[in-house]
Write a protein that binds this ligand. Structure first.
Ligand SMILES: [Zn+2]
Ligand SMILES: [Zn+2]
Ligand SMILES: [Zn+2]
Ligand SMILES: [Zn+2]
Length: 428
């Protein structure tokens, strides 16, 4: 009981800041979850076995552990288990890959999204709530889709707010009424790194946020260097993306969209004017899809939104159909360019995913992974207060390298994988 109460007030509080309230709350929950896992894994052996068997986290949450939760020590502990067991499996010719059980952070993150959305669709008709959603620039399309599919008494009010926001984003200079919060910065443990704004504290271009969702993570060039990968496929792919995002106009086919990771990369690289030119037509398509969805909801309203009929099978079905009529997660043009060719060079080391995908002799990869595992041993040893006066060296990069080697380089995830992982225990 009190759990739901808490969630309700969390949503109400979060509506005082701009940007998709579900993106913000769910990312924050996932970050806190990762922080607690990083903290507990030091002593909780069962948790470590579970993480080891799942081969760590999915690509998204593995990097979130370093970039947002800033927990390299926990990452080191977890990934030392993961990397050692992956080496054992690869050396004995058994499956190096998928492990057992899905990403535990996906499961938690997806649960958080559903919990917050059910509060929103249930209470959306309360005074001021939909208006707050509107002044905060609405729900992003991926979360609007889940909200509509969930259905509830407050949905009609939320949909009207969404339509108003979608209209407003026609004007590139439009910004949500609400100001940036001065609130929480990402939870930085003392001495680990400088404070930085959490990704949920900024909204960027509201049109892009509306189409793909809030910026998922933030990292610096220094962070990138820490995990400079030896996997040739990750490296080639990232280099191709790097080139492509500087000239997005000649990369994407007309009307082709991009995933949340690459949409924000383009926005940051070429600036708001050029990125706006690229996402404008997608915004127009989204607006007309929302108009249609709103009309369908109005028609279905007596069926779907009445307090007594809401839970019927027919009403659920109607909501699901309307949700499905909204544009799905697009195939990303930059992911397409990145993944277009996978070179298979004998003798190169690869990350776990690409070693599996390419299926070459894994010995070069195993050699690279073993070096990282040794680095992790050193890194963890030097975290012990007894050795704190020893000079720090290359082993300080080990947690970043381990995640590069076990989870691939950043941004190799799609929302579809995320939902599939959360609901079916599947992971990539
Ligand atoms: Zn969202
Ligand atoms: Zn995950
Ligand atoms: Zn790779
Ligand atoms: Zn992409």
């Amino acid at each position: 009981m009190s759990g739901r109460h808490t969630t309700y007030y969390e949503v109400r509080d979060a509506l005082a800041a701009p940007g998709c309230v579900i993106c913000r709350l769910a990312t924050r929950s996932a970050r806190r979850f990762l922080e607690s896992v990083a903290f507990e894994c030091v002593n909780d052996l069962d948790l470590r076995v579970r993480l080891r068997d799942a081969r760590g986290f999915c690509n998204r949450h593995a990097w979130m552990l370093l970039d947002d939760a800033r927990e390299p020590f926990g990452a080191g502990i977890i990934y030392r288990d993961v990397i050692r067991s992956t080496i054992r499996a690869a050396s004995s010719d058994s499956d190096t890959g998928n492990g057992r059980g899905g990403c535990i952070a996906c499961e938690f993150h997806d649960g958080a999204i559903r919990r917050y959305i059910s509060v929103l669709v249930e209470h959306g008709a309360e005074p001021g709530l939909a208006a707050a959603v509107e002044s905060g620039a609405g729900l992003c399309l991926p979360h609007a889709r889940v909200a509509i599919g969930t259905g509830g008494r407050g949905l009609a009010a939320l949909m009207r707010a969404m339509l108003t926001v979608a209209e407003s984003t026609r004007d590139p200079s439009w910004r949500p009424l609400l100001q940036k919060p001065n609130g929480e910065t990402s939870r930085v443990r003392a001495g680990r790194s400088a404070a930085r704004p959490a990704p949920d504290e900024e909204t960027g271009d509201p049109l892009i946020a509306l189409i793909v969702g809030a910026r998922p993570s933030r990292w610096s060039v220094a962070d990138e260097r820490m995990g400079a990968t030896l996997c040739a496929v990750c490296r080639d792919g990232d280099a191709r993306v790097d080139k492509a995002v500087s000239v997005p106009e000649s990369t994407l086919e007309p009307g082709e969209a991009s995933c949340v990771h690459h949409a924000w990369l383009v926005h940051d690289r070429v600036g708001p004017v050029r990125s706006r030119a690229m996402f404008g037509s997608i915004g127009a398509a989204l607006r007309s899809a929302l108009v249609d969805a709103h009309r369908a909801l109005t028609v279905a309203a007596p069926l779907t939104l009445g307090p007594l009929t809401f839970a019927t099978r027919r009403s659920r079905q109607a909501c699901l159909e309307i949700a499905r009529s909204l544009p799905g997660e697009p195939m990303c043009g930059f992911c397409r360019v990145r993944d277009s060719t996978i070179e298979s060079t004998q003798g190169d080391p690869f990350c776990r995913r690409h070693a599996l995908q390419i299926g070459v002799d894994p010995s070069a990869s195993i050699a690279w992974w073993s070096t990282i595992a040794d680095g992790l041993d050193e890194y963890i040893r030097k975290n012990d207060y007894r050795f704190r006066d020893e000079a720090r060296g290359a082993e300080q990069r080990a947690p970043w390298l381990a995640i590069s080697a076990m989870a691939s380089s950043r941004g190799r995830w799609r929302l579809l994988d995320f939902h599939a992982a959360a609901t079916q225990g599947r992971r990539r």
